[in-house]
Write a protein that binds this ligand. Sequence first.
Ligand code: OAD
Length: 375
Amino acid sequence: MASEGIKKDEAGASSDGGASSEESKKPGLLEQTTSSTSTSAEWLSKMFTGAMKLEKEEKPPSLLDAVTFEGIARYILSDKCKKIVTMAGAGISTSAGIPDFRSPGTGLYDNLQKYNLPNPQAVFDISYFRENPEPFFILCKQLYPTKAFKPTPCHYFIKLLEKKGKLLTHFTQNIDTLERVTDLSDEKLVEAHGTFNTGHCTQCLAEYGRDWMRDEIFSERKIPKCTKEECNGVVKPDIVFFGECLPKKFSQHIKDVNDCDLLIIMGTSLVVHPFASLTSRTRDDVPRLYINMTNTEKMDPLMALLGGGGGDFDFDNEDNIRDVFWQGTCDDGCQALADLLGWGEELKKLVKEEHARIDKQNSTEEKTVPTKAKV
Ligand code: OAD
């Protein structure tokens, strides 16, 4: 089902991530909530659920010889599976030491009390940021991708899929840039929620590079300000806030999900749209593997109707022909899958060698880079 939300985002996607006041009026990043369901919305939900039941009767044959983790592994090794799309969220980076957003207790949104925000998500809300950018820039020091963070085995599994010629595209919601550290090809990588690589002035849209952004974020000045004459606008890193459009690259690669032979979803709660809606973009018979600590809540049918629907999995349905849930950490799930594929030792070796290389590079830089320039 084509989703209205995505269509609007495609139309309004901005490649530079800079948010003009005009852009901020367009519908953009949205968090799924289920609390505001009205009576008419419930009616719509029921109608939609009915329509889904009709669809069930027309299910195509399964591409898997068994709808299991092992069945997925055999499918990956077969000729039927040439184009894999991966989708990731904060859960793929928690073992690197970066907190996710919504895990109770440890997630970022449970630990923002000191910022006195109207709600935790406000720290990434473009309207709130325009009024009060300071909390975001305080938090930025914590979120900034420093060299202390190393990609996880899960990140290297994605790189291995590329090496094996199986990866079509990797979509990530993460702004930690750890995929780049694994040297994943730029043309395969879609940083759907932007990156710290560049920044833009919120007034005159002047672009600033990574080094300038980093130095400003870590300087004594509380808020990075545009240096262009008579501007003095706030300069915001090009990470996508709630209410902003996603980068153009996101809409350009949506077709890859329509075309893929397998979708692997890892470490995400699938509540932020339009990213989460990608799961419903595959062909109806395409297998979907979800590796996560917790099972995402069943998608609200109304939200599915309006936004396309992330988490519309068939795990518990009798006539499930394609959806497999592997519960546990992304690192363990990827290692278990790599073992079944016969790539287990290669993955371990890749992680070991790359971590050693990064450690060595960091220690060399520490010796040569003057203290002032360090982050
Ligand atoms: P969430 O924090 O919403 O979800 C992370 C998911 O990963 C949860 O379901 C956890 O149970 C799971 N998880 C945590 N650690 C894990 C591990 N080691 N192995 C497996 N699963 C693990 O993060 P996202 O889904 O990425 O947007 O959040 C989406 C967006 O919401 C973010 O990009 C961010 C946020 O608001 C913006 O800031 C614009």
